[in-house]
Each structure stands twice: as structure tokens, then as C-alpha cells.
Design a protein around this ligand. Structure first.
Ligand SMILES: C[S@@+](CC[C@H](N)C(=O)[O-])C[C@H]1O[C@@H](n2cnc3c(N)ncnc32)[C@H](O)[C@@H]1O
Length: 257
């Protein structure tokens, strides 16, 4: 199967539009192989046939490859830095915040940002753009319905304030939801919005190749207005930040010079 990998990813691109060329091969290959092995397939040809003919298989395949795990206030100490240092700095410079959650998965990240800004910058932020390549997660984000595990990182007061609870189901309140607009968007090929004050791209690039990451960070640089801030994931670091024109503001936060 190994030497057929380039053929498979060409087919995946034709059928789903997702370009796996920019994702690290060993990890992606392992994920694809385990997905098709579990389903009793032995060849990539069988996989391509199913991708073409079976919509349910296609959806599950995309879901498996995109890895959608998220949480409200994921890495709380970093959200504290955002609230205590970054947001006040942005407000001081611009008075109003235009934010983009790139790779937002099922919505926990943009809703966390909405809750935070509603607390500390009410009326001083634009509708939050939230994008992901995977349509299915966007539908879940838009619905805003979560189980008890998803809200376990929130205080009872936050849950009461921002969710309608019915038994074990927690639905995000409309007043939070209306601050976020979801849109399908592929970070590897679609145009980026401009003049952003704050971009969150966390736990998305883990499987991207180094080349794809560099291009992406350069494009985020273009998307930020001067003084704007990029907030990345807790296992990530931008090694070539200076060359791109970004300076480290705090760990996991980079500011456009
Ligand atoms: C692990 S989740 C991260 C969710 C959230 N940012 C967080 O940190 O909790 C990664 C998300 O990146 C999305 N993703 C992967 N490749 C992408 C691409 N090329 N363009 C946009 N989103 C992508 C996946 O669909 C997935 O929802």
C-alpha cells in the first residue's frame, strides 16, 4: 500500500477537496491505514471506491482525518493571559477587536472567546469569525449543544450564565451564539480575511508539514493589522517568527510588528 500513498492523496483531493500533501505523511498514513483496516479493507483502491460511492464513508473518513477534539477554555492559563494582557493591549491601541478563530472545530474556542469578550470588552468587539475545513463540526458548532463532559472545565456560574441546561445537555445561549459566525474555510487554499486584531489558530497545524506551517504563518501575518496578535496552541512554537515579522508577546502569543 505504501507506494500507492501519493496516488491515494491525489484521489482524496479530487473527491473531497482536501489536500493531504501539506500534512505530515507518517501520521496521516497511519491514520488512513487504521481507518481502512478497521473496516476490513486491504487496498487503497477499495478506499477510493468507497469514498466515491458511499457518502457515509466519505463523511467518516474526513471526520477521522481532521481530528476535532476541543474544549471550552482549553489551557486556562493561556486564556488568562489573553484576558489580562492581550485584550487590554488591543483595546488600548484600537478600541475595538476583530477576531478570527481559525480551525474552530465544534465551537468551544470561538464561544470561549465570545464569553471572555462579553465579560471584559462588552460592545467593543466585532462578530467573531469562526472557520473550519470540516462541515460536520461547523454544524455542531452552530447547533451549540454540548454534553456534560464538554462543560466540565467551566465554573457552575459560567454554565448558568452562558448555557441552557436540560438534564445532561447544555445548549449555548443565543446571546453568546449571536456573537459568532461560522464558515467553511480551508487554511491551505482559501483567501484569508484582512485587518484582524486577533487570530486564534490552536491545535490545528500539528499535522501540517513544516513548509505548510511557514506559509500559513506568513498568511496570518498578512491577515493581521499592525499590532495584531496571533494566539497559537500550547504545544506549538513559531521558530521563524522574527523573519516573518512577528514578535513573541508572551508564550503562545505573537504580535505583528
Ligand atoms: C484539534 S481541532 C482544534 C480546535 C480548537 N482550535 C482547539 O484548540 O480546541 C483541529 C481542527 O482543525 C481543523 N483543520 C484541519 N485542517 C484544516 C485546514 N486545512 N483548514 C481549516 N481547518 C482545518 C480540523 O477540522 C479540526 O476541527
Amino acid at each position: 500500500m505504501e507506494d500507492k500513498y501519493p496516488w491515494l492523496i491525489r484521489k482524496v483531493k479530487q473527491i473531497t477537496g482536501i489536500d493531504l500533501e501539506s500534512y505530515k505523511r507518517p501520521q496521516m498514513e497511519r491514520r488512513i491505514n487504521s481507518f481502512i483496516n478497521v473496516r476490513g479493507m486491504r487496498t487503497y483502491e477499495e478506499c477510493v471506491r468507497e469514498l466515491t460511492e458511499n457518502e457515509d464513508f466519505r463523511r467518516k473518513f474526513i471526520d477521522h482525518l481532521t481530528i476535532n477534539v476541543s474544549e471550552f477554555f482549553r489551557n486556562p492559563s493561556q486564556w488568562k493571559v489573553l484576558a489580562d494582557e492581550v485584550v487590554p493591549l488591543l483595546l488600548k491601541e484600537r478600541g475595538r477587536i476583530k477576531a478570527w478563530s481559525a480551525g474552530c472545530s465544534t465551537g468551544e474556542e470561538p464561544y470561549t472567546l465570545a464569553m471572555l469578550l462579553m465579560e471584559i470588552a462588552p460592545g467593543r468587539f466585532d462578530n467573531i469569525m469562526a472557520t473550519d475545513i470540516d462541515k460536520q463540526v461547523l454544524a455542531k458548532a452552530q447547533a451549540g449543544v454540548y454534553g456534560s463532559r464538554s462543560v466540565s472545565g467551566l465554573t457552575p456560574a459560567q454554565i448558568k450564565k452562558y448555557f441552557n441546561q436540560q438534564n445532561e445537555t447544555y445548549t449555548i445561549k443565543d446571546e453568546v451564539k449571536r456573537n459568532v459566525t461560522y464558515k467553511q474555510h480551508d487554511l491551505l487554499k482559501d483567501p484569508f480575511p484582512g485587518s484582524c486584531d486577533l487570530i486564534l489558530c490552536r491545535n490545528v497545524v500539528i499535522y501540517f508539514t513544516e513548509e505548510a506551517k511557514t506559509v500559513l504563518y506568513e498568511r496570518f501575518y498578512q491577515s493581521l493589522r499592525r499590532g495584531g496578535v496571533l494566539f497559537i496552541g500550547s504545544t506549538e512554537q513559531i521558530f521563524q517568527a522574527r523573519e516573518i515579522g512577528l514578535q513573541s508577546l508572551a508564550t503562545f502569543f505573537y504580535q505583528k510588528l
